[in-house]
Structures are given as C-alpha cells and as structure tokens.
Write a protein that binds this ligand. Sequence first.
Ligand code: NAP
Length: 246
Amino acid sequence: MRLKDKVAIITGAASGIGLATARIFASEGARVVLADLDPARTEAARQAAAAAGAETLALRVDVTDRQSVEAMVSATLTQWGRIDCLVNNAGITKDARLVKMTEQQFDSVMSVNLKGVFNCTQAVAPTMIGQGSGVILIASSVVGLYGNFGQTNYAATKAGVIGFTKTWARELGPKGVRTVAVCPGFIATPILDTIPDAVMEKMVEKVPLGRLGQPEEIARVYAFLASDDASYINGAVIEVSGGIMM
Ligand code: NAP
C-alpha cells in the first residue's frame, strides 16, 4: 500500500477522474477527503471509496469559494491532523469559439479551473510547509499544451496551472513540498458529454493507442505521484494521453 495513512484531499471527487482517484487512493491505504459540489453525489462517491476499507470523509466544497475551501482544510485537520496530498482535480468546460464566447463562459471557467486551484493550494500550503512535506497535484490537460478549437477559456486555464506548477515547485520545493501537473488526453468521463460523436471519433483517430483513456489510467498516475516512489519528481508536467500529440 503505497499511500498507507497518508491524508489526501481530492476536489471534484464525485465524478470521473476524481472519483477513480478517490477509489485508487483508498485502495492504496490513504485516508481520503472527497470534496465536491453536490452533497448526495459526494456521499455516494465516499461510500464507493470506503468499500476499499479506507477512512473517508465527504465534504460539500465549492473550490471558487474561499470560505468553503477554508472549511474543507479545517475539517480535514480536525479529522486527521495533517494533509499529505491535495489533488486539484475539479474542473469544468464552457466551450465556444473565440468570436462567440460570452464573458460569463470565460469567467466561470477561470473561476473553477484556475482560481479554484489557487484557492485550494493556498489553503493547504501552510499545513504542508509546517509538516515539511506534502504533494500538490494539478489537473492540467493536453489542451493546455496544444490548444483546442472552441476552448479559449479552458486552454488558458490548463496552460495557467502549468505556470502554477513551475512556480510552486520553486517556492515550496525547498520546504519539502512537491508540485506536479498531469496532462490527460481524452478520458471517458461526463466532461466529454457535450462533444459531438463525430468530433470524438476524429479525436480517437489521432490517438496511437486507438481509444479514449479510462479515469483509472489517470488516477493510477496520481497515486504514483502522491507516493514516496515519486520523491524526486517536482515541477514536472506529465502527459498521459496515449500519445495523442507527437
Ligand atoms: P467530471 O467527470 O465532469 O468531474 C468534475 C467534477 O468536478 C464534477 O463532479 C463537478 O461537479 C466538480 N466540480 C465542478 N465545479 C466545481 C467546484 N466549483 N467546486 C468543486 N467541485 C466542482 O470531469 P473529469 O473528466 O473527471 O475531469 C477532472 C479533471 O481532469 C478536470 O480538471 C478536467 O479539466 C481534467 N481533464 C479531463 C480530461 C477528460 O478528457 N476527461 C482531459 C484533460 C483534463 P458537477 O458535476 O456538479 O459540476
């Protein structure tokens, strides 16, 4: 069990990659905080993760709301007294071409995908610095590396979190805290539901492995990065995409 007794907070844990990450962290022995918007879905996810025999906590958290994020950190510290890993996974899309994108579409994606990561990381950093250890993991995307049609807002946030990663790796590395970004390719989760089938087929054709990724294929990378097996990985941007862009 690579994560035995480590305390991990996973945002956006009620669905997709976050849910798979909660389950895999639990199966690796972690104590897992599942943080998401919808209380009923978050509790259902907690029960799924707890089935692996782990200690779990479900919290209703909005990563855009700093009070909500502070409450998440306080509840975690009250329960377990430490935070070993934060997985900044919560994310949304609001797609439109540049000429059609509304200010609301732009702002809401910035608010969750970029400021939410800032809010959560700033809230856990003092605890990790005090411990002299911790791991910050961040969901970027291949879209943050290469851009994507219709995703001005999303691509900017996913490139932006790479800037966070490099900066925090420098600021927090000397304090014993590692920061790593993961860039998934196209992974079969509800976030892809709005993409037309014809567009998805074209995407899959570009993947040398010939298929979408599964949420567990990202979750297992997070589990490795959160573990001591990854003790010298800091400031890295790791693409997990089946080789979609080469
Ligand atoms: P998903 O299935 O849609 O799950 C995202 C979760 O985040 C949902 O439960 C969502 O809740 C929650 N969330 C949204 N806004 C939130 C907020 N303000 N506070 C807390 N939680 C919030 O998406 P996914 O595919 O697993 O994606 C997870 C992460 O990986 C995202 O950052 C995404 O950008 C990134 N990623 C995904 C892919 C992919 O192909 N799937 C590729 C590259 C990167 P609601 O459902 O209630 O909104």
